[in-house]
Design a protein around this ligand. Structure first.
Ligand code: GLY
Ligand code: MN
Length: 464
């Protein structure tokens, strides 16, 4: 974890911004996989990590915004626990690492909050996303899980988003640490992408790289020759010459800061002319988008620029037609790129999405579009120095979507359905990097992972 002053200062800012009442931040608990003592790998809640830094289960933090009092709720281990788990720091020692002096047993949390409620205090909590914490919150505050999203504190959510959106220098260093792991994950996949290899053979090695670096994947790996399926977590296909392989994968460090990159490569190491043509359009859109990143620019504009660049390229390739700007405004490009250009990244790969996408990505100035495709943009608001975000345009040939739109005669004035036919079975291409917004522009984070046609082919064939 960072030093205790980091957490003390973050909590002080949070208390000041929330202004009044009691702030309750629940840590996560171990979740059974098939029986109680056989659990999924533990992942601490990111808000809890941000304000308390403690990466153990069974903790809760309470901050009094009026008095400034801070309490860590948690239990010391029993002798039985120590026999199974070995000696562990006491709860008092853990609290001290986070700069907190007062601790209470976890079992006292309900009584503490009950008294605060009966004293007329407001309890601010973020919306829980795990069943265990939804049930716990119901026990603690008597609010049913279905009512918890609407009763979560908008004041708290806004204060957390304001703070976590702008990364500290030490957070950026931590994200950059994970970048070396990301480089190794992606270049290893490039070297392994040979005909006859199964997707799961590569997926296992890639996940192993993240774990070997004392971290884990930042989300379940997307690695597929069916790259047109945007979030495909199955890895059962055998790679065949002539197919594209898309890998969207990220690492997180031991402190849980994430990376998120996508690369698309030709199985066997050489792009066909047809693949190259589409690849260059996506790459051009990605580079153009990145070059336009700077504080004050709404990311929505950058998304639209990338969409126009893609539509422009597809028009030159004969797959789209008509007025490009108009086509993109109406959403015709979404046949090929039905997702947003990117999202915030930090302690979560989609940073703070538990708090609500609209709080993270939109504000009073920039509202979410309701047009198919553009509506899936997770980040639309104006960029600020210190934001870390992804830029990930793509072109996909999704047979079910193409068939449906063609049957409906949708956007016939912008789409050449006949010209698309030879691309059914092509798959999909996405290229994704992680960008820091700086005071005067941007910085692409990490050791560059090959992404030009020549560089990808070189890494695949020569290993450099
Ligand atoms: N890398 C997965 C996503 O951004 O949705
Ligand atoms: Mn992403």
């Amino acid at each position: 974890m960072f030093n205790k002053e980091t957490y003390t200062q973050r909590r002080e800012t949070l208390r000041k911004n929330v202004k009044e009442g009691i702030i309750l931040i629940l840590g996560n608990v171990d979740v059974p996989m098939n029986y109680r003592s056989n659990t999924y790998r533990f992942r601490q809640d990111s808000n809890f990590l941000y304000y308390f830094g403690l990466d153990q289960q069974g903790l809760a933090g309470v901050l009094d915004a009026d008095s400034g009092e801070e309490i860590l709720f948690g239990d010391d281990l029993t002798l039985d626990d120590i026999i199974w788990m070995g000696p562990q720091p006491s709860i008092q020692e853990r609290a001290a690492r986070a700069g907190i002096s007062r601790t209470m047993p976890f079992g006292k949390l309900a009584e503490f909050l009950g008294k605060a409620v009966s004293d007329g205090r407001r309890i601010h909590f973020p919306p829980p996303y795990r069943a265990e914490n939804k049930l716990l919150l119901e026990q603690l505050l008597g609010i049913k899980p279905a009512d918890q999203p609407s009763q979560a504190s908008a004041d708290l959510i806004k204060a957390i988003v304001a703070q976590r959106s702008v990364k500290e220098a030490q957070e950026i260093l931590e994200i950059e640490k994970a970048m070396d792991v990301a480089w190794l994950m992606h270049t290893t996949a490039m070297k392994m992408a040979k005909p006859g290899v199964f997707e799961h053979e590569i997926a296992g090695v890639v996940e192993g790289i993240a774990i070997s670096a004392d971290g884990m994947l930042s989300f379940p790996l997307i690695l597929s020759i069916n790259g047109e399926t945007l979030h495909n977590h199955a890895h059962n296909n055998k790679l065949e010459e002539g197919r594209l392989l898309l890998m969207d994968g990220g690492a997180e460090t031991a402190m849980h800061y994430a990376t998120d990159h996508t690369r698309t490569m030709p199985v066997g190491g050489r792009f066909s002319q047809k693949q190259k043509e589409i690849y260059e359009i996506v790459l051009n859109a990605q580079l153009k988008a990145i070059q336009n990143i700077k504080p004050g620019v709404p990311f929505r504009n950058i998304h639209m620029l990338a969409a126009e660049t893609i539509a422009d390229g597809l028009k030159a390739a004969g797959l789209m037609k008509g007025d490009v700007k108009e086509a993109v405004e109406k959403g015709a490009h979404a046949l090929f790129m039905p997702h947003g250009l990117g999202h915030m990244m930090g302690l979560d790969v989609h940073d703070m999405e538990d708090l609500g996408e609209d709080y993270v990505g939109y504000d009073d100035e920039v509202k979410r579009s309701d047009i198919f495709g553009t509506a899936f943009l997770r980040l639309g608001r104006k960029l600020q120095s210190g934001f870390v975000l992804t830029v990930e345009p793509g072109i996909y040939f999704i047979p079910a979507l193409i068939e449906k739109w063609e049957q409906e005669g949708k956007f016939r004035e912008y789409i050449n359905y006949d010209a698309i036919k030879p691309y059914l079975g092509f798959g999909g291409i996405r290229i994704e990097d992680d960008i820091l917004v700086t005071d005067d522009g941007y910085r692409v984070l990490g050791r560059p992972i090959p992404k030009t046609v020549a560089d990808v082919e070189r890494m695949m064939n020569e290993g450099v």
